[in-house]
Design a protein around this ligand. Structure first.
Ligand SMILES: Cc1cc2nc3c(=O)[nH]c(=O)nc-3n(C[C@H](O)[C@H](O)[C@H](O)COP(=O)(O)OP(=O)(O)OC[C@H]3O[C@@H](n4cnc5c(N)ncnc54)[C@H](O)[C@@H]3O)c2cc1C
Length: 311
């Protein structure tokens, strides 16, 4: 008894991220390709989130139905990695859409892209009571936790937001946060079809464009095409065009996601871009190489990769 209480204390104090045992308690279909699943669990009282793009890891049952059973210990990640890949619970990255720690509940918005991946398949079939595990920030940890990139400069005046449906949960949270400040925002949100557009805040100064891949007139654009066109055309302030080293742009390896963090967001402009990795790479070329925007002002993040499974 004493030793398990001591172990609990160690996890509480030492792990920036900890394991949460949760069960599905609600599902809301937001659109044809998006479902919000509410998870509950006693420990969610100790979950924390620091930004609208706070990332978390979800662990799903294996193909044979075995539930994930990662111990909540400071070395949980090493223990997870020590299991041979075929025997591990599949792990995928998601965003905290809404955390109600006082009610021990957390919402995650899932893109329903088919039954070709363990996460989307689980979300399509999930029933109340189904259990998974989540690794998320530990509210009792006293150091810097990280796991988010949305860190606009104080007094930001102009935000460029480009997101596909996987980054829509984060983008929606970003817009809800900005609604209080009302800066100029150019937001381009790409979704599979017309009915996937969601209700979002609006204010003078927010120019929100939905980019629909399968339009009413039968057009069928490739992932990212709409966002790439927007990156080529959007009006950029002159003072963000600088001599950052565009030649040094490095393409991610086959198995990597592109992940460029803004490093010097001190001016009035800030960009947050996330979506399919190949598309984000072309957006980076358009913004940084062709249009000369200072790459230190932009987060450019591959959230998934076409044709590849992603942990
Ligand atoms: C920081 C971060 C935050 C994220 N937040 C969210 C979030 O809140 N909600 C969300 O839905 N996703 C989010 N994602 C994306 C999610 O992690 C990936 O889409 C993941 O691949 C889904 O896992 P899966 O098991 O469904 O498919 P996988 O097993 O990874 O892939 C199987 C196949 O499905 C394809 N695929 C994967 N995702 C999609 C998609 N969206 N559309 C079409 N095909 C796809 C793959 O290319 C592959 O061919 C986030 C990713 C990152 C890095």
């Amino acid at each position: 008894m004493r030793s398990s209480r001591k172990k609990g204390l160690i996890v509480a104090e030492q792990s920036a991220y900890r394991i949460f045992d949760v069960r599905h308690v609600g599902k809301q279909i937001l659109s044809p390709h998006m479902a919000r699943i509410t998870f509950a669990g006693e420990d969610v009282a100790a979950m924390a989130t620091f930004a609208p793009d706070q990332r978390i890891k979800l662990f799903f049952p294996r193909a044979d139905g075995t539930l994930p059973a990662i111990p909540n210990r400071p070395d949980w990640y090493d223990l997870y990695r020590a299991v041979p890949p075929r025997e591990r619970a599949p792990m995928r990255t998601y965003t905290i859409r809404s955390l109600r720690a006082d009610q021990c509940e957390v919402d995650v918005d899932f893109v329903l892209h088919g039954d070709n991946g363990p996460a989307s398949r689980w979300a399509l079939n999930a029933q109340p009571g189904d259990r998974i595990q989540i690794s998320a920030p530990n509210a009792n940890y006293r150091g810097e936790v990280g796991g988010y990139e949305w860190q606009p400069p104080a007094g930001v005046q102009h935000v460029l937001l480009l997101a596909d449906e996987t980054a829509l949960p984060a983008a929606a949270g970003i817009l809800e946060e900005l609604a209080a400040l009302k800066p100029r925002v150019d937001a381009f949100l790409e979704v599979p079809d017309e009915a996937d557009r969601l209700e979002l805040p609006s204010w003078d100064g927010l120019d929100l464009r939905w980019l629909v891949r399968e339009g009413r007139s039968g057009e069928n654009r490739a992932y990212g095409d709409g966002m790439i066109a927007a990156a080529n055309q959007v009006e950029l302030p002159r003072d963000v065009l600088s001599g950052s080293d565009a030649e040094a742009l490095v393409e991610p390896d086959n198995d990597d996601l592109l992940w460029d963090r803004a490093s010097s967001a001190t001016g009035g402009f800030y960009a947050w871009v996330a979506g399919e990795t190949g598309a984000v790479s072309r957006i980076r070329t358009a913004l940084v190489k062709e249009r000369g925007i200072d790459r230190r002002l932009a987060n450019l993040m591959g959230y998934w990769k076409l044709g590849r499974e992603r942990e």
